[in-house]
Design a protein around this ligand. Structure first.
Ligand code: GLN
Length: 204
């Protein structure tokens, strides 16, 4: 069975856990979800999700708890990470905010709270590379992806990138854990060739 970790220092943790369980069940995979609040758990995880919330808080706690270097090691080993909204900000290489100590795992620069005031929260049918039908994307005080370095844009809204892939890391400006549709989790964890979780073939 797979072990999934959800970074749980702050943010929408349970929703990610449920989405991971749905994505795994859709593939007849068993998964155990662990919440990460301390160092020592990430090394046991096959895949990781880093949720939305408040990026300055998440960043501070990841570093003070010693979890940040473990996430870097996880990604360096080619294991998948899905970083959403505030998680994307923390995973980026430039958060545009001194209070965020970026992990530098996704070669993008972001701008916090960049989708204007009147659009603070909205849902949009998003065409996503690798998905057959539009994805119902929920944006909440979403960051914009302002610069894209060595990463692939998977989706854009309003001519701005909102989903990117950099090897084993998928980042989204929106919240794929807040809808019943688990295809983004499926894409990040099971269908991203750079990082798909191990298949059970050949295992006992
Ligand atoms: N605005 C938040 C931040 O900058 C992110 C929003 C979210 O995760 N819903 O940290």
């Amino acid at each position: 069975s797979l072990t999934a970790g959800v970074v749980a220092v702050q943010g929408d943790v349970e929703e990610h856990a449920a989405a991971i369980e749905r994505a795994a069940a859709a593939r007849d995979r068993e998964v155990t979800v662990r919440e990460i609040r301390d160092a020592g758990i990430v090394p046991d995880c096959d895949l990781l999700a880093m949720p939305g919330g408040e990026s300055t808080t998440i960043s501070r706690l990841l570093h003070s708890e010693g979890i940040a270097p473990e996430i870097r090691t996880h990604v360096a080993a080619g294991k998948p990470l899905l970083a959403t909204c505030a998680g994307l900000i923390v995973a980026s290489s430039d958060a545009g905010d001194d209070r965020v100590d970026e992990l530098g795992l996704l070669d993008v620069g972001v701008e916090r709270n960049a989708f204007g005031r009147q659009k603070d929260s909205f849902e949009a049918p998003l065409a996503v590379a690798g998905l057959d039908d539009p994805y119902p994307a929920v944006f909440i005080r979403a960051p914009a992806i302002a610069t894209v370095g060595d990463a692939d844009v998977l989706a854009s809204w309003d001519d701005r990138p909102v989903a990117v892939r950099d090897g084993p890391v998928v980042g989204t400006s929106f919240h794929p854990e807040l809808t019943a549709d688990s295809r983004i989790h499926g894409l990040a964890f099971f269908e991203n060739e750079a990082a798909a979780v191990p298949s059970l073939e050949g295992r006992s």
